[in-house]
Ligand binder design. Structure first.
Ligand code: BG6
Length: 499
């Protein structure tokens, strides 16, 4: 356990080594909304090394002072902690900026000279973390430039943001490029869902409790439902989203990772290799779904949280005849001893009725309900519901007797809510992930073989889609997706969890 009283929510086994963190894409949204606020929160909890420098790199001309001011405002706007000038001053003291797009040799040298200088001033031991928060086309130039200058002094790590490729071929190509200069254990591929507390809690729930594991299989579980629903649209990211769609944006990474954590075998320990070995086995065992088992949708106009919103095709930068899907639902099978014939129904989409990420484990019905007066409707099967977000927690639906005469059974919920059980606030996913990368712990980062398996599945689904053109839009914004998504379960005599 940590001895730092402020380190609640993030257990600090050891302090990260001194190092320089170089952020490529420092003028971008991610840096403003996630990375800098996360670094600030780590600083508040004194989880960073006192010898820690941050270098922002972007194309825009900017002074060091201008960059610091910009980052300070980002922290004030997007941070989860109250702003404290003393903490900020500590973090900003070794914060610098370099303007370059790396296509010129000069830019590369400028950056290295600056980092060397900071190293001398703050005694950073040659340790470097490079964070690629730039669009993928910029990766090759940067990676090659970094690779050429890699020094033997200290350690070097590379954090790579999604999207990791566009398909299997491009992902393998990117891995090959990275591997020319970096070893696998120096590469940290981000899937920010793995940094979410509730996602890690799936591991705690399963493997720290004796009661769940014996029933966590096809004998007791009827099916699993995983929902990643967003009420927001594409937020001005048409350039990216038109190419990606829901299948590449969410299914390929966040959704499949949630599924892998739900279905994996217990790892022998919680080292990066053991956990990832088990996850990759699940990903390898996912049966390629047939065309009838995958549904896609695109939103039309509608109302979300009381506000009228445009159709996807009316969003700025989206083609008026776009065939990009903003919703995917699928029935997946994990072909192994634990899960054979147990469907995993998954759905994800933009502009759905509300923001909700849940994993619902639906157990089989009681074999023989002896209560004559109870209608079948009131005796619903047990469901273990993991609320990934919002209202983080876990809830178990059980049948309970309604007080009074007779034997009427109703479904009630035993709830564990993070907010009620722990007095600490929830750390942001990026706090955990940045800290782990600084510590060199890759458990919550995706390995190359996992990414390959994820793309293999997506590529086969996308290839099957080339053959037909669904009548888009096929769901109104603010609903739960197209009717065919409900049909997917109805055919099996099941339905999506009631909302
Ligand atoms: C990102 C996707 O990876 O995850 C976005 O690119 C999506 O489209 C986001 O909105 C969702 O993340 P969260 O943490 O808000 O569920």
């Amino acid at each position: 356990m940590t001895e730092n009283p402020l380190a609640e929510g993030l257990s600090l086994r050891r302090t990260p080594d001194p190092c320089a963190l170089v952020i490529f894409g420092a003028s971008g949204d991610l840096t403003h909304k996630k990375l800098m606020p996360a670094l600030y929160s780590l600083a508040v909890r004194r989880l960073l090394s006192p010898r820690f420098a941050i270098v922002g790199v972007a194309r825009t001309e900017e002074t060091d002072d201008g960059f610091r001011e910009d980052m300070k405002q980002a922290v004030q706007r997007h941070g989860r902690d109250e702003f404290r000038q003393d903490v900020w001053d500590g973090l900003a003291a070794a914060m610098r900026y370099v303007a370059t797009d790396f296509s010129d040799e000069g830019g590369e040298s400028k950056l290295h000279d600056l980092v060397d200088e900071l190293d001398g001033e703050h005694d950073l031991g040659g340790n470097r973390v490079y964070y690629l928060a730039v669009p993928p086309p910029a990766f090759p130039t940067i990676v090659e430039a970094l690779g050429k200058r890699k020094s033997d002094q200290g350690w070097t790590r590379l954090i790579v943001e999604k999207p990791f490729g566009h398909d299997l071929a491009s992902a393998q190509h990117l891995t090959a490029l990275l591997r020319e200069h970096f070893a696998e254990n120096e590469i940290f591929r981000i899937d920010h869902y793995l940094g979410k507390e509730t996602v890690q809690n799936m591991l705690a729930l399963r493997f720290a409790n004796g009661i769940f594991e014996p029933i966590w299989n096809r004998q007791f579980i009827d099916h699993v439902q995983i929902t990643v629903a967003e009420s927001i649209g594409i937020e001005g990211r048409a350039g990216y989203y038109e190419q990606a769609g829901a299948i590449r944006d969410i299914f390929q990474n966040h959704l499949l990772q949630l599924l892998a954590l739900t279905a994996m075998e217990p790892p022998i320990d919680f080292t990066a290799e053991s956990v990832r070995n088990e996850k990759v086995k699940v990903l390898k065992s996912i049966h390629t779904p047939g065309p009838r088992s995958v549904v896609r949708g695109q939103y039309g106009r509608g109302f979300v949280e009381g506000e009228e919103v445009p159709a996807y095709r009316e969003e700025q930068g989206v083609a008026s005849d776009s065939m990009t899907e903003t919703f995917v639902a699928a029935k997946l099978y994990v072909d192994n001893w634990r899960w054979a014939d147990t469907p995993f129904y998954v759905r994800m989409g933009k502009r759905l009725a509300r923001r909700e990420t849940t994993i619902a484990i639906q157990f089989k019905r009681a074999p023989h309900p002896p209560f004559a007066e109870t209608s079948a409707d009131e005796l619903r099967p047990n469901v273990l519901l993991v609320h990934v977000q919002p209202d983080e927690g876990v809830s178990l639906a059980i049948g309970a007797k309604v007080p009074g005469q007779g034997m009427t059974i109703r479904t009630v919920h035993m709830d564990f809510l993070y907010g009620g059980a722990f007095r600490t606030g929830m750390p942001e996913a990026y706090e955990r992930l940045i800290l782990d990368a600084l510590l060199g712990d890759a458990t919550l980062f995706t390995r190359a073989d996992e990414i390959d398996e994820q793309w293999l599945l997506v590529d086969t689904i996308v290839a099957a889609w080339q053959r037909d053109r669904p009548a888009f839009p096929n769901y109104a914004a603010g609903t739960w997706g197209p009717p065919s998504s409900d049909d997917l379960l109805r055919r099996d005599g099941r339905s999506w969890r009631r909302h």
